[in-house]
Ligand binder design. Sequence first.
Ligand SMILES: Nc1ncnc2c1ncn2[C@@H]1O[C@H](COP(=O)(O)OP(=O)(O)O)[C@@H](O)[C@H]1O
Ligand SMILES: [Mg+2]
Length: 301
Amino acid sequence: MLETITAPAPEPRAHVVVVANEKGGTGKSTTAMHLIVAALRQGFTVASIDLDAGQGSLTRYIENRARFGVRQDASLPLPHHAVFAASNADSRAAAAEDERQRLAALVADLAPRFDCLVLDTPGGDTPTVREAITYADTLITPVNDSFIDLDLLGRVEGNPPKIVSPGRFSAVVWEQRKLRAQRTGGSIDWVVLRNRLTTLGSRNKAAMADTLQELSKRVGFRPADGFGDRVIFRELFFQGLTVLDLREEGLGFELTLSHVAARQEVRRLIEFIGLAGKIAPAERPGKARLSVSLQTGPGAR
Ligand SMILES: Nc1ncnc2c1ncn2[C@@H]1O[C@H](COP(=O)(O)OP(=O)(O)O)[C@@H](O)[C@H]1O
Ligand SMILES: [Mg+2]
């Protein structure tokens, strides 16, 4: 069979962030939305792709944001957003090929035009999610703080827990990293983010941290500090807001200690990824740096 060769993306290209985990409900869309707004607030142009058109959480989040901005008369920065529709080809192979080609075309179209490209993916191991991972300069995998979630990264057995082999999702990332290297010679910075951390110190939590540290060396990711389990992350969806927006005048939020802590967690992730250092719009020939449309308050970015 003839292998299709994907042409390298035209330069200059966006920094591509893919948020993926084989498991659903780990905070992928929430993380994607916070990354998008963080990048926008740093003055970068951002395009986003919702590969989970079935659930459409990211798309709904962005629609809610646009609507809320109009209603409150606040100019909340928005990404250029694309919904990636699933193929309706009748065989699985034809659908995978159709999606592969459309994703390549979409990325090739957006990457030269934006500073940052954020792809949100559905849970589950599909050819299209695998394909999306090969475009990642940064791959972010949010995991809930339980050994069930960790199992996809590494098989852990016994007490105290011992890693016996790489998990299923780690094997997927390994394969896609090889493909990526073959195609463009590039590498993927894989960041695993613990999400919904509880404040209670527990033996389980400490064991998770140790195991994740150990696993990170075995399967090649960087463990990030993570987000606490905070109501605010759930509450903002309907307004399309992120914890980075809360300081804005007129949005009607009283900033609580938990909000401040949440903002710090998100900022820490952005720093950990090193987004600002990886996107250098000012250096791009013939490309003016976009100014942020929102008047930022003290401490806001
Ligand atoms: N750090 C957090 N604290 C509290 N709730 C969270 C947190 N992260 C995500 N959630 C909630 O968990 C649910 C699943 O998150 P979502 O981002 O949709 O996951 P995924 O995209 O992986 O399916 C949502 O209701 C979301 O609001
Ligand atoms: Mg989602």
